[in-house]
Design a protein around this ligand. Structure first.
Ligand SMILES: *[C@@H]1O[C@H](CO)[C@@H](O)[C@H](O)[C@H]1NC(C)=O
Ligand SMILES: *[C@@H]1O[C@H](CO)[C@@H](O)[C@H](O)[C@H]1NC(C)=O
Ligand SMILES: *[C@@H]1O[C@H](CO)[C@@H](O)[C@H](O)[C@H]1NC(C)=O
Ligand SMILES: *[C@@H]1O[C@H](CO)[C@@H](O)[C@H](O)[C@H]1NC(C)=O
Ligand SMILES: *[C@@H]1O[C@H](CO)[C@@H](O)[C@H](O)[C@H]1NC(C)=O
Length: 191
């Protein structure tokens, strides 16, 4: 009799665990990709960038000291990012399309100190995600000025911070070879 009782209790316990297979607590809300993309959706303006190699801060050679940028996330799962340096030496006064008398050096400076890409925005399941913390993929990218980025998917950690009535988005990236970057954005428009 005692034995059967114990077995019944163990079975009840096991079915409880089965009902909440991935959460530590049944009250913790699970967020769907749709809910998270809806929360992140908007237009963001770049505030600052920092780079590190193996955790040690290094100058941001590509973006310079005062980059400008816009990041657009849509609730339907698309993204676009454009960032350029602002230092005059990185921004020769070129026009588009290129002119026969433009120098390659001027165009090289522009190319080295700017980036633009767009494509799908997807939620990653590598880490637990909610409306303020998690990981997304930019990609597979549809278009990018850097040729090898077309078709690539880039992992980005996101953290949403509310401060002084403003919404900030911190995007963390791993760039390979121990290089990491953190970009802070301010939401300037809800979608
Ligand atoms: C970047 O901006 C964020 C948000 O305003 C701020 O918390 C952070 O300290 C800034 N980082 C640097 C390196 O200026
Ligand atoms: C840069 O180029 C534009 C377009 O050709 C021209 O209007 C402007 O005066 C130029 N500025 C400088 C600082 O050369
Ligand atoms: C390039 O050519 C245009 C006319 O086609 C001229 O206005 C401009 O000054 C030239 N720029 C340089 C750097 O020589
Ligand atoms: C989202 O996740 C982070 C990190 O796991 C946690 O600190 C935060 O409290 C969560 N926020 C909500 C609203 O669940
Ligand atoms: C992203 O988050 C994961 C899990 O917390 C962490 O291991 C990784 O270092 C983070 N990457 C960046 C670039 O912040």
């Amino acid at each position: 009799m005692h034995f059967t009782n114990m077995t019944a209790k163990l079975l009840a316990c096991a079915s409880l665990v089965a009902a909440f297979p991935h959460t530590t607590s049944p009250v913790e809300k699970r967020y769907t990709e749709d809910e998270i993309l809806k929360a992140l959706a908007g237009t963001y303006s770049l505030i600052n960038t920092t780079s590190a190699l193996n955790g040690n801060p290094i100058p941001d050679e590509a973006y310079g000291a005062a980059p400008v940028g816009l990041l657009i996330y849509t609730a339907s799962g698309w993204m676009s990012a454009t960032i350029t340096a602002t230092e005059p030496e990185f921004r020769p006064n070129l026009t588009f399309p290129y002119q026969p008398n433009d120098t390659d050096a001027d165009w090289a400076a522009v190319g080295r100190h700017s980036i633009g890409y767009a494509g799908p925005l997807r939620l990653s399941d590598a880490i637990p995600a909610n409306e303020t913390n998690g990981q997304v993929f930019h990609g597979p990218l549809t278009v990018a000025n850097v040729p090898t980025w077309v078709g690539a998917s880039h992992r980005r950690n996101y953290t949403v911070v509310e401060d002084g009535g403003e919404t900030f988005l911190r995007i963390g990236s791993e760039r390979g070879g121990g290089y990491t970057g953190a970009l802070w954005w301010k939401k300037i428009k809800e979608e």
